[in-house]
Design a protein around this ligand. Structure first.
Ligand code: MG
Length: 185
């Protein structure tokens, strides 16, 4: 089975220590309240990947936050990796917005069968052909990226080698959708 690594913050959810105009989940991590919005399309995405991929959430968040959030989202059946399993980088190239990366070889040594979806491309700097960049999400309700992603992953899981230039994935899905087609049947 191929492995799908999902980033959490600003990919699947937007979490804040301040109450937001809209709040889907209100969590308490230790003693700290945390307000979480769920990206539209998450349920649809999860339903479509559940039996087709080995699913793993890999976040730079603290373990208690990752566990509580994934449990509340109903995705704690996935393997959960948190900041303690990220690699802290000594130097921060300009394009990195976090001083961490996520070496996919730690998850799956076969590079032909592992992809990561992350809003921070720095996370997959050492595996550029395995990285599916997704727009950073901070609560826009009209966002459709996860729905498009479900289409894309449905096609990708059938490919013998998942490595490719994934940068235009959303445009490819959108063009096909607008033409009344889908990447997979
Ligand atoms: Mg992120």
């Amino acid at each position: 089975m191929k492995t799908l690594v999902l980033d959490l913050d600003e990919t699947l959810v937007f979490a804040s220590l301040e109450p937001q105009e809209r709040v889907d989940l209100e969590l308490v991590i230790g003693t700290t309240p945390c307000f979480v919005q769920i990206r539209p399309g998450l349920e649809e995405l999860v339903a479509s990947i559940k039996d087709r991929w080995r699913c793993l959430v890999w976040s730079t968040g603290q373990p208690a936050y990752v566990e509580a959030t994934c449990k509340a989202l109903g995705i704690d059946w996935m393997e959960l990796w948190a900041r303690d399993r990220c690699r802290r980088l000594d130097t921060i190239p300009e394009q990195h917005h976090e001083p961490f990366d996520k070496p996919l070889v730690w998850v799956e040594p076969d590079e032909t069968s592992v992809v990561i979806v992350d809003n921070a491309p720095g996370s997959f700097a050492c595996n550029p052909k395995n990285g599916i960049p997704i727009q950073t999400w901070r609560g826009e309700r009209a966002d459709r990226q996860l729905v498009f992603l479900a289409d894309y992953l449905g096609w990708l899981v059938e490919q013998p080698d998942v490595r490719r230039d994934h940068w235009k994935w959303a445009t490819e899905v959108l063009l096909l959708r607008n033409a009344g087609l889908a990447l997979h049947g």
